[in-house]
Design a protein around this ligand. Structure first.
Ligand code: NDP
Length: 310
């Protein structure tokens, strides 16, 4: 059987030594990667695109388990094997900034890349997480970032991209709360180069200040909430019901979702952000518009969720 059968299977990098896929290949790299539904999402879109545009018939998206210490070699090997595009997930997004030959301005500002596009001499880096968040907020919670007051929880890779997107989209106020104050200071320093950076204020997530707005768009970019038993990253009891909560985590009904429900605050989980960041990556690689609904259907099917609107 050819090595490229079953694109949704998690692969080891060694398989590249025998790589014989004759079409255009894409992949996601991460560690761990088994749980990733990116191949299901992208292959659902590519299947549909292939029905009307023949050139996409042989495009396939794979996933590779890639520990961080072999990322530089993996990117070289994937380039040598002719791959057209790569997504990067935990833990590669920051390390890869130093491994690209070009970087777009948003990715440079956020200090993280999640999308690589093939160039003759290496990879060009992009970050589509911020775009994914903005689309998800608009479609699920009817939120426009322009003029909004956002309280962003977390200062890791996902928070960096979110903060840059907020500032580029003309936010009114951006409050960033984190547990580790050194990491928070590092993010605020990084944002000094972004437009309107004077609109950013940091706070200690362990002791939210009384000055924190009570009506806001609250974005959870901490990893708290991945497990049902995780505590909520902030007490929603302090916020008015016209607030909105976007939680980048998805997969379980967590404490933040329960609190939002109890306080009558609209809540959406992170699946839509995953779909829209993926849609933007696929647009970068294909140079054309892509069917986001097919990507949402592919993700829901793989996760065993009821169908959702993208
Ligand atoms: P990082 O590891 O870079 O950052 C983790 C963040 O979570 C840090 O701010 C960390 O705070 C905080 N955190 C972890 N544990 C706790 C805790 N017990 N209490 C308070 N804060 C805590 O991860 P990423 O930024 O890459 O990802 C963050 C989340 O966003 C993950 O759940 C990830 O799955 C999700 N995500 C979702 C995407 C989507 O498309 N839906 C896209 C990207 C990410 P501290 O600095 O204090 O340690």
């Amino acid at each position: 059987m050819p090595i490229y059968q079953d694109p949704e299977r998690a692969r080891e990098l060694d398989e590249l030594l025998r790589w014989d896929y004759p079409g255009t290949a894409l992949a996601v790299l991460g560690s761990p990667i088994t749980h990733s539904v990116s191949p299901n999402m992208h292959n659902a879109a590519l299947n549909l695109m292939g029905q009307t545009q023949q050139r996409f018939l042989d495009w396939r998206y794979f996933k590779f388990d890639t520990p961080p210490e072999i990322l530089p070699r993996a990117l070289e090997q994937l380039h040598d094997s002719g791959f057209m595009g790569i997504n990067l997930t935990i833990p590669h997004k920051v390390q890869a900034v130093d491994l690209v030959v070009e970087i777009d301005s948003g990715a440079r500002l956020s200090g993280a890349v999640n999308t690589l596009h093939r160039r003759g001499n290496g990879w060009a880096g992009f970050n589509t997480d911020g775009y994914g968040l903005e689309q998800a907020l608009r479609r699920e919670l009817d939120v426009e970032l322009a003029g909004a007051t956002v309280i962003l929880l977390g200062a890791g890779g996902a928070a960096r991209a979110a903060a840059v997107q907020c500032l580029r989209s003309g936010i009114a106020e951006l409050w960033i709360g984190n547990r580790d104050q050194e990491r928070l200071a590092g993010l605020i320093e990084l944002l000094a180069e972004a437009p309107d950076s004077e609109r950013v204020r940091g706070f200690n997530l362990r002791q939210p200040p009384t000055a924190l707005p009570t009506s806001a768009v609250i974005v959870n970019a901490t990893s708290l909430g991945l497990k049902a038993e995780d505590a909520a990253p902030i007490d929603l009891g302090r916020f008015a019901p016209e607030s909105k909560v976007y939680d980048m985590t998805y997969g379980v009904k967590n404490a933040l979702a329960h609190q939002a429900q109890a306080h009558g605050i609209p809540y959406a989980d992170g699946l839509s952000m995953l779909v829209w960041q993926g849609a933007r990556s696929l647009e970068i690689w294909t140079g054309t518009s892509v069917p986001a609904q097919a990507m949402m259907d592919g993700a829901c099917h793989a996760k065993g969720y009821a169908p959702r609107r993208a």
